[in-house]
Structures are given as structure tokens and as C-alpha cells.
Ligand binder design. Structure first.
Ligand code: TYM
Length: 331
């Protein structure tokens, strides 16, 4: 059976981008593959969370994984920092990751632009840690959104380089995966790019948002003054709202508003109201379970402990073999 690995950074609550880009695939894949889904708390250290925030954020991702339908009996769910073998593999892979290629990574360049005062080495080697996450279980499929595609390419590069250096076909090549064949990018509500937790207030709709919060955010979404020609191309901010409709609304609803737009009869207020209601319906079952699970400390403890044991079993096997390949020998 093919092995699947994916993770989400523990930097806050999960939003619709995480859900439709990644988690929806996790939930489907757990029935067909040997799955490892983790909470990337080591990755979150690049932003220097306080100890209290770190734990709160790890917990909320764990709760939201479970609420979204990841089943700990089917998939291995674990906290990245519980599996120390990942940090060890990261160290080995770092020896063959080069400054030039790391500096060229788009996400690194974005981070440097956004936070020029915090360009730490962890940020630079972020793709190496990601490669370690994936290669530690020798996974071949990685369910992620479109924004992670370049990181997957780097993971293949680092795995192949290790294989070449030691002249052994040890790590298989991991590829980004989505059930719909195409990787997705869920837009945010600010009329610009993707939905993301660090993209500013009101851009992201969270799985835990109450209905009235969702309504408020969607009603504030950026729009223009309306089409001036029949069948004209939609500007980015309007296309974004339609793209969001494709994931939460029915095809009939989408077609209805698309026709109104093309006939120049669209009222954005009506479109937003519908979009908000469809988002509320889509997230309702998850939202309800979030509250239930968050209060069940013994269950969360049991899931995290069981997941750590299973993940370490797999990781320890890889590290043992990697150490032999590298040439570490005991006296
Ligand atoms: P992160 O935490 O930013 O996002 C988690 C997952 O959600 C997807 N995603 C989106 N997909 C579509 N549209 C969006 N607007 C959107 N926003 C987020 C991301 O593509 C991702 O799949 N580096 C990773 C976490 C990670 C990881 C890994 C993933 C660490 N190690 C190993 C896979 C394998 C990250 O920061 O994702």
C-alpha cells in the first residue's frame, strides 16, 4: 500500500483553504492508503510562539483534524515534535541542501519580504524540514494545496540527492496529490490572493467561525461596482467569490449567479448572502464537533499518544536504515 504524509502548521485555527486544499483529501485518503497526518509544530517555531500559544495552537489543529473527520483508527495522527527522528533526518538532509536553491524558494522570498527582521535559518531550511517530514515515512503521495507544489519538488530533489550520494535507491519520489487531479488554491475574501491565516483580518473563514462571524466576513468581501458589458471577464475579486462558490455551493446555485453576472443583473449582496449561507452549511458539522472534542482531554491525550507511537515506529525504522547507509557504525 502506498504511503501518504501531510501536515499543517500549528499557527492558528484551520480555514476553508486548509480544508478544501488539504484536509478533505486526508479524509478520503485514509480509507485507501497508509496515512500519516501530523501537526507541524516544529515548523511553527520560525515565528517564535510563546510556550502557551504553541500548545494552544497544536491542540486546536488536533481538535480540528478530528472534527473534520480524520479517524485515528485509520490514519496515524501525530504531533511532529513527538517524533524526534524527523529532526535527525532534517539534520542529515541539511548537509546536502544548498544556500542558492534554498534562497530561490518562492515561499522563502515571500517570507523575507513580509518579515525582513526575522530571516532566520529555520525559515531558510523550512523546505528541508518538510522533506524530512515526508521522507521519514518514505511516502509517495502528499495531499497539499497548490502553494506547496514547489516544496514537493524540493523534497524530491533532496531525496534523490541522498540516493545519488550514497548510491542507493532508498527514498522514493513524493508527489503532491489531490483527488480532483488538480491542486487547488482557495481564494480569500480580500480580493487579492489566497485564503491564509496571515493574510490579514477578514480574509479567511475558519472552520470554527460562528455563523454570524461568517456572514459578517463574507458581506465585507471586496467587490467592484458591477459588470458594464454582457459576458465580460470577471475581475479577480469577483472571480474569487465565484471560485469560493464552486467549493461550497451547488452547481445550480453557481450557474444561477453566473447567468445573472453575464446578463448584468447581478446583485453582489444576494450573491454574498448565498455564499455565506452555503459556507455555514458546509462547516456546520465540523463546527459542532470542534466544541465536543475540544472538551475531551482524555480522548485528545489518547489520540496523540497512540499516534506518536505509531509514527515513531515507522520513523525509527527509516532512521536506522539511513544511519547504516550514511555509514554510522557502533564499536
Ligand atoms: P500550511 O499550514 O500553510 O497549510 C496547510 C495545508 O493547507 C493548504 N492550504 C491551502 N490550499 C488551498 N488554498 C488555500 N488558500 C490554502 N491555504 C493553505 C496548504 O497547501 C497545505 O496543504 N509547509 C506546510 C505544512 C507542512 C507539510 C509538511 C505539508 C509541513 N511539513 C509535509 C505536507 C508535507 C504549510 O505550511 O502548510
Amino acid at each position: 500500500m502506498e504511503t501518504v504524509v501531510s501536515g499543517i502548521r500549528s499557527t492558528g485555527n484551520l480555514h476553508l483553504g486548509n480544508y478544501y486544499g488539504a484536509i478533505q483529501n486526508f479524509v478520503k485518503m485514509q480509507h485507501e492508503y497508509n496515512c500519516f497526518f501530523f501537526i507541524a509544530d516544529l515548523h511553527s517555531l520560525t515565528t517564535h510562539p510563546t510556550p502557551a500559544n504553541l500548545h494552544t495552537n497544536v491542540k486546536s489543529v488536533l481538535v480540528e483534524y478530528l472534527a473534520a473527520g480524520i479517524d485515528p483508527e485509520k490514519a496515524t495522527i501525530y504531533v511532529q515534535s513527538d517524533v524526534q527522528e524527523i529532526a535527525e533526518l532534517y539534520l542529515y538532509l541539511n548537509m546536502n541542501a544548498y544556500l542558492g536553491e534554498l534562497e530561490r524558494s518562492t515561499s522563502f522570498k515571500d517570507k523575507v519580504r513580509a518579515h525582513p527582521d526575522n530571516v532566520n535559518a529555520g525559515l531558510l531550511t523550512y523546505p528541508v524540514l518538510m522533506a524530512a517530514d515526508i521522507l521519514i515515512h518514505r511516502a509517495t503521495k502528499v495531499p497539499v494545496g497548490k502553494d506547496q507544489e514547489q516544496h514537493l519538488e524540493m523534497a524530491r530533489t533532496f531525496g534523490n540527492r541522498f540516493n545519488r550520494l550514497y548510491n542507493k535507491e532508498y527514498f522514493p519520489e513524493p508527489y503532491a496529490f489531490n483527488f480532483s487531479e488538480k491542486l487547488v488554491k482557495i481564494p480569500g475574501l480580500d480580493g487579492k490572493g489566497k485564503m491564509g491565516k496571515s493574510e490579514g483580518e477578514g480574509n479567511a473563514v475558519f472552520l470554527s467561525d460562528a455563523p454570524e462571524v461568517i456572514r459578517k466576513k463574507v458581506m465585507r468581501a471586496v467587490t467592484d461596482s458591477g459588470p458594464i458589458k454582457e459576458n465580460q471577464a470577471k475581475p479577480e475579486e469577483i472571480q474569487n467569490l465565484f471560485d469560493l462558490m464552486t467549493v461550497v455551493s451547488t452547481p445550480d446555485t453557481y450557474a444561477h449567479f453566473d447567468n445573472l453576472y453575464n446578463n448584468m443583473q447581478i446583485r453582489y449582496g444576494d450573491l454574498k448572502k448565498q455564499l455565506a449561507e452555503d459556507m455555514i452549511i458546509a462547516t456546520a458539522p465540523i463546527r459542532e464537533r470542534i466544541n465536543e472534542i475540544a472538551n475531551d482531554a482524555p480522548y485528545l491525550r489518547q489520540v496523540a499518544r497512540y499516534g506518536a507511537i505509531k509514527a515513531r515506529e515507522s520513523a525509527a525504522k527509516t532512521i536506522k536504515e539511513v544511519r547504516e547507509i550514511i555509514g554510522f557504525k557502533s564499536f
